[in-house]
Design a protein around this ligand. Structure first.
Ligand SMILES: Nc1nc2c(ncn2[C@@H]2O[C@H](COP(=O)(O)OP(=O)(O)OP(=O)(O)O)[C@@H](O)[C@H]2O)c(=O)[nH]1
Ligand SMILES: [Mg+2]
Length: 324
């Protein structure tokens, strides 16, 4: 039987980082495949992951938990046929809930060995009230407290207490009996998504979930979530500092920026990864397409238009559709 892990967690918490830094090392002896569902039309994570893992399939139009169950299942079937993997890792978009994906995998006869919720330990307070984030916690049984480098022990205590409360309230329950579907959960601490193999081992067996799960209600969060995205292209003649200046002027309501940019003063394209005020950069080989930045957050249309007035290197297509 093929095994799988679902990796969930809010936007920018470190899901892709965990896949990049931990999965290959821990499963060097296994054939693994990765499926990424990104928020927004343009997949950036899959390009980064392809630098590290070759078997990466990207499902990027929309959200696999709401609109894309069929495409997701077709994608899983395709990856099985092409690569015959022993383990499949699915990174859900930061704006998805994990449970419907869990069900899809189970329906396809794939064993789900764990639903991992990655947490941004520093910024949890900023996003913990978002309903999607609560359901991500409620629907998982392995919690990774990532970005440990940015918090102290006292902050971790508060964080753990917050998580325990949310977990209790939002734990997925059988609607008939009220019994929780995940009876236990484990917590690990991580920096740069680095986790040991034990995280992936024998956490629970899910036979019991199968029958219960059919009743679980899926909240259509896309209706009430106000997270949207907007893409801006960059004019060609730019330096690294121009990009840096834009990132320094990102308003708080935009908490995620991803993109790939070609700048004059660096030989290769740069993958830009910004979340909650912090940015990181990585060189990416063989990128030939246009330079772009994807802004994700609230009031994105307004905010990105304001940014483009301030920075004329930003070219925001007038009629691009923001998707939730
Ligand atoms: N300081 C610090 N930064 C981290 C850590 N882990 C990841 N990051 C940074 O956090 C940012 C987001 O990381 P990603 O792995 O892209 O996050 P993600 O959850 O895949 O994001 P989405 O797919 O957009 O939801 C990047 O800039 C990472 O370099 C960590 O442990 N410490
Ligand atoms: Mg990601």
């Amino acid at each position: 039987m093929i095994s799988s892990f679902v990796i969930t967690g809010f936007l920018g918490v470190g899901k892709t980082t965990m896949l990049t830094n931990s999965v290959k090392e821990n499963f060097a002896d296994k054939k693994i495949a990765i499926i990424v569902n990104e928020f927004g039309d343009i997949g950036v994570d899959s390009k980064v992951l392809q630098n590290v893992h070759s078997e990466v399939l990207e499902i990027s139009e929309g959200c696999i938990c709401c609109q894309l169950a069929q495409e997701f299942e077709a994608g899983v079937a395709e990856i099985i046929q092409k690569y015959d993997p022993e383990i499949i890792f699915v990174e859900t978009s930061g704006a998805s809930e994990p449970f419907p994906i869990f069900l899809s995998l189970q329906n396809m006869g794939i064993s789900v060995d764990g639903v991992i919720c990655v947490i941004d330990s520093k910024n949890f307070d900023t996003y913990k009230d978002n309903s999607t984030s609560k359901y991500q916690l409620g629907g998982s049984n392995i919690i990774v407290l990532n970005k440990m480098d940015l918090v102290n022990e006292d902050e971790i205590k508060v964080l753990e207490a917050d998580i325990a409360n949310i977990k209790e309230e939002y734990n997925i329950k059988n609607t008939l009996t009220g019994e929780p579907i995940f009876k236990n959960y484990v917590t690990h601490r991580a920096e740069q998504g680095l986790v040991g193999r034990e995280l992936f081992e024998g956490v629970y067996k899910v036979e019991e979930v199968l029958e219960l799960a059919q009743d679980a209600k899926h909240l259509d969060h896309t209706l009430k979530d106000s997270i949207t995205q907007k893409v801006a292209y960059l004019k060609e003649d730019i330096n690294f500092d121009d990009v840096d200046q834009i990132l320094k002027n990102i308003p708080e309501s935009i908490y995620r920026v991803k993109g790939i940019v070609k700048v004059k003063d660096v030989p290769n394209a740069i993958f830009v990864n910004y979340s909650f005020g912090d940015a990181s950069f990585e060189e990416l080989l063989d990128y030939k397409e246009k330079s772009l930045l994807i802004f994700i957050g609230e009031n994105v249309d307004e905010e990105v238009n304001a940014l483009s007035k301030k920075f004329d290197i930003l070219n925001v297509p007038k009629f691009s559709i923001s998707k939730s």
